[in-house]
Design a protein around this ligand. Structure first.
Ligand code: NAD
Length: 340
């Protein structure tokens, strides 16, 4: 810890998520400060740095990590840039919170896992923020307490208003369904062993060439089945839901966000338009938990192994999507560092 005992964080990537994390660390999070920001777009980095007292701007992640004021790293650059930043942080033994995905494919994710295992201690947490959402945590507690009995199925819904340019069908798995992959592994405490993807005739408002919506099915090692409706151009809002069905009951998270209003002869509320709004509390809790654990010298939360396992399931999912076949998931042996 440097200066006044707070954790000096370098935020790498100052786009949508990175600038939100800069604001969060600056305004919401206790015991941390944004010591540096990094963006390959130098003007964007400077603009982000100007919003925070004493924050340095860099275009190179390694230079920021060498800054005396930097104690830890938050990676919010695009997925393909994560591996290099993670390996640089490991080389300097710096704690890292890395936005999902850990890396875009299983082979690179496994390289990260092995690099951390060589360090001999955990340094990375992956930004699977569902684990910090209040309702998802309640759902996990209900499942763990055995209230529902043995879990049989999860029914999941993941809808976005619209996709930006360049969003492809494979990204529906690797960028969107990756959250349900982690939520499934976490909620059920089981690995996903096979993936099947069903593709209805695409919505007429989906961009040309994009399969949207899709139904993604997971089978888990414990015999549960999980269905995920992924619909990334639903047009009306951002919705994430998960219903667990067990031998003795069901429980559902994600129905009750926001205020319920009765007025002008109607009842209802607002649907958030994006994840920054829907999961604001979860991101706050996630980053505060990371800062607190880091200051204690610990690493908690989703591990690099969780990031790798999710990447391996994504790879099977992309294959299942292309072939229409049920595709099994192959995982490398789990290193001892992650309980292997
Ligand atoms: P974005 O495109 O808005 O921003 C990315 C920024 O990184 C840009 O400013 C770009 O110039 C910069 N950049 C690119 N390569 C870089 C490099 N090598 N070094 C430093 N900066 C670099 O993207 P985004 O939507 O903010 O996504 C960033 C990350 O956050 C991705 O990994 C994405 O999957 C993740 N994300 C997570 C969630 C979530 O709910 N947890 C939601 C959205 C995005």
């Amino acid at each position: 810890m440097t200066r006044d005992g707070t954790l000096g964080v370098a935020v790498i990537g100052t786009g949508r998520m990175g600038s939100d994390h800069v604001r969060r660390i600056d305004e919401v999070i206790s015991d941390a400060r944004v010591a540096a920001v990094v963006d390959i777009d130098g003007e964007r980095a400077k603009a982000a740095a100007r919003r925070v007292d004493g924050c340095a701007a860099y275009t190179d992640a390694a230079a920021a990590m060498a800054d005396d004021g930097v104690d830890a790293v938050l990676i919010a650059s695009p997925g393909p840039a994560h591996e290099a930043a993670l390996l640089e942080a490991f080389a300097r033994d710096l704690p890292v919170l890395c936005e999902k995905p850990l890396t875009p494919d299983a082979a690179s994710a496994l390289r990260v896992v092995r690099a951390e295992a060589r360090l001999g201690h955990r340094r990375a947490q992956v930004g699977f923020m569902r684990r910090y959402d209040a309702r998802f945590r309640q759902l996990k507690a209900v499942l763990d307490a055995g209230v529902l009995g043995r879990p049989l199925m999860l029914h999941c819904v993941h809808r976005n208003v619209a996709t930006g340019p360049g969003f492809t069908s494979t990204m529906t798995i690797s960028d969107s369904v990756v959250h349900e992959i982690d939520a499934t592994r976490w909620l059920l405490g089981q690995e996903i062993i096979a993936v099947t993807v069903l593709r209805p005739t695409p919505s007429a408002v989906a961009p040309e060439g994009l399969s949207d919506p899709q139904l993604v099915l997971f089978e888990t090692a414990g015999g549960a089945v999980v269905d995920v409706e992924i619909f990334v151009n639903c047009g009306f809002g951002y919705q994430v839901r998960c219903e667990a069905v067990g031998e003795h009951g069901t429980a559902r998270a994600g129905d009750d966000d926001g205020l319920y209003v009765n007025a002008a002869g109607r009842w209802g509320g607002e649907i958030p338009q994006d994840y920054v709004v829907r999961f604001a509390d979860a991101y706050d809790r996630e980053v505060q938990a990371w800062v607190d654990a880091t200051r204690r010298g610990e690493v908690t939360g989703p591990s690099a192994w969780d990031g790798y396992a999710a990447a391996a399931v994504c790879e099977a999912g992309v294959c299942a999507q292309a072939t229409g076949e049920r595709t099994t998931v192959t995982l490398a042996p789990r290193p001892a560092l992650y309980g292997g």
